[in-house]
Design a protein. Structure first.
Length: 483
């Protein structure tokens, strides 16, 4: 165990770092070596109850909701400054915990500080209401109030960034928070609690309970004092959460799985499309919700494009995630590794050619999967329809625009899509026709925090990001005044 790691990782409840009431812990395993890194407090219903009570008390009786806006934003900006100060440590912990290459976690952690700064500005400038005079008899006006206790449930694939993506708007709009981070990536969630503690937020405003989804997560969802759940994770977990939360009627934001198409037309800028395609599936070990996991390349250039892809796949550097040059690291957990390997076996059974890059022999203890192309894929195969969530690209060809739109949409998911063409009329047309929440034309997955983020079909419900987050994290109130 590294001396930097807390053992066991504690919860953060009512401004204190505490163990589980039961005293139970679970092991946090290294994706690189499959050795135990440290133990983590295993939150149960009692721990969730304590955290929700702290958050409820802070919301109802505490100063958080009544703080002047500028004062609240000072805390939010302070959190951003502390993240920036600790960026190296957070990036290293994230890489150690998840197997994501260090060069990539550094960029992601930088975005976490941006999330706080962005919402500090956004709340000041854009959280507003409307007012109407009616026949000199009434003034009717609206205001946005915080909802109450926000339950936030997050995945392991870019844990620190995704936690802050929810925590920042939830706190900035005046809610109090109970965060249940993913059990496979507790380290940077704990670091976030240390940062928020240091920022000096009033006690109970922000709480973390570690533990498993079926225990801590389910208890948070079912709790009647939790008014909203913002969830990012698998589609089937999203359905289960909505079922379990039904009795206590809450609002949900659901950011779920994806199987996003990248459509490459013959008139594209070949090298840029190739770069984007490789980056979009193999960065973040392929464990990216918006990964372009289904390539559709126009038949006339398919041979050249696939040959170039094969060459790129052979040259991707698979290695120790803590090394600066590593491009693909080990998958998060042995169970997930087995699952991705199972899909490769299914691909062979379904008649695909499985074309893989290299994993150096000395890495055999880790959860390494070589960057892989699945060739001769048909769109109705399991590997083209289900989210694999690893460094695996399914490759298909098409002849016409109409055909590719139909193929791209013939999938349960609708998170993202990418179009490469020099014909901008076609770019707009295809972007409009692909059934997904977010489309990129001649560009890779770049983010703009002002723009809504989210998916359609089985990829999600609602949008977060920009001022769209206000609708979710606030309650709209109307006041009618006789004049
Ligand atoms: P997951 O659904 O297994 O777990 C996500 C979180 O939910 C974890 O904290 C887990 O403990 C918790 N959980 C599990 N069961 C629960 C239950 N019954 N009640 C309450 N909480 C429960 O997802 P994962 O494997 O951690 O993450 C990968 C998935 O996340 C992929 O499908 C990926 O596409 C998706 N994802 C989506 C987005 C997006 O913005 N759309 C972003 C990142 C990841």
């Amino acid at each position: 165990m590294s001396s930097n790691l807390k053992d066991p990782v504690p919860h953060y409840i009512n401004g204190e770092f505490v163990s589980s009431e039961s005293g139970e812990t679970f092991a946090n395993i290294s994706p690189y070596s499959n050795e135990v890194l440290n133990q983590v407090s295993q939150g149960m219903k009692e721990d969730i109850n304590a955290a929700v009570l702290a958050a409820k008390t802070a919301f109802k009786k505490g100063e958080w909701g009544t703080l002047k806006l500028n004062e609240r934003m000072k805390y939010i900006n302070k959190i951003a400054d502390l993240i920036d100060r600790d960026i190296e440590v957070v990036a290293q912990l994230e890489s150690l915990d998840t197997g994501l290459p260090i060069a990539q976690t550094k960029k992601m952690v930088g975005r976490a500080a941006d999330n706080f700064r962005f919402y500090a500005e956004m709340v000041k400038n854009r959280m507003s209401g409307e007012a109407y005079h009616v026949d000199d008899e009434f003034i009717n006006y609206t205001m946005q109030k915080p909802v109450g206790v926000a339950g936030l449930i997050t995945p392991w694939n870019a844990p620190f960034m995704l936690e802050t993506w929810k925590v920042a708007p939830a706190l900035a709009t005046g809610n109090t928070v109970v965060l249940k981070p993913a059990e496979w990536s507790p380290l940077t969630a704990h670091k976030l609690s240390e940062i928020i503690h240091e920022a000096g937020l009033p006690q109970g405003v922000f709480n973390i309970v570690h533990g498993f989804g079926e225990e801590a997560g389910a208890a948070l969802v079912a709790h009647s004092d939790v008014q909203l759940i913002s969830f990012t994770g698998e589609t089937k977990t999203g359905s289960e959460i909505m079922r379990n939360g039904a009795d206590s009627l809450k609002r949900y934001s659901m950011e779920l799985g994806g199987k996003s198409p990248i459509i490459v037309f013959e008139d594209c800028e070949f090298d840029r499309a190739l770069d984007a395609c490789v980056w979009g599936i193999f960065s973040f070990n392929g464990e990216r919700c918006t990964a372009n996991s289904r390539l559709f390349v126009q038949e006339s250039i398919s041979e050249r494009f696939i040959t170039a892809l094969k060459e790129r796949v052979q040259n991707i550097i698979v290695g120790d995630p803590s090394h600066a040059e590593t491009e693909v690291g080990p998958l998060i957990h042995r169970d997930h590794y087995e699952n991705v390997k199972r899909y490769l076996a299914i691909a062979s059974e379904e008649g695909c050619e499985v074309y893989s890059g290299q994993v150096p022999e000395h890495l055999s203890n880790g959860n390494f999967v070589a960057p892989t192309l699945l060739l001769n894929v048909k769109n109705d195969m399991k590997v083209a329809q289900e989210e694999i969530f690893g460094p695996v690209l399914t490759v298909m060809t098409f002849k016409t625009e109409e055909e590719v739109i139909e193929l791209a949409n013939d999938v349960p998911y609708g998170l993202a899509g990418y179009v490469w063409t020099s014909d901008m009329k076609r770019g707009h047309r295809v972007a409009g026709a692909v059934e997904a929440g977010m489309l990129w034309v001649n560009s890779q997955n770049v983010r703009d925090l002002r723009i809504p983020f989210g998916g359609s079909k089985a990829s999600g419900i609602g949008r977060e990001g920009g001022h769209y987050a206000f609708e979710f994290y606030t309650e709209m109130k109307v006041v009618h005044v006789a004049v």
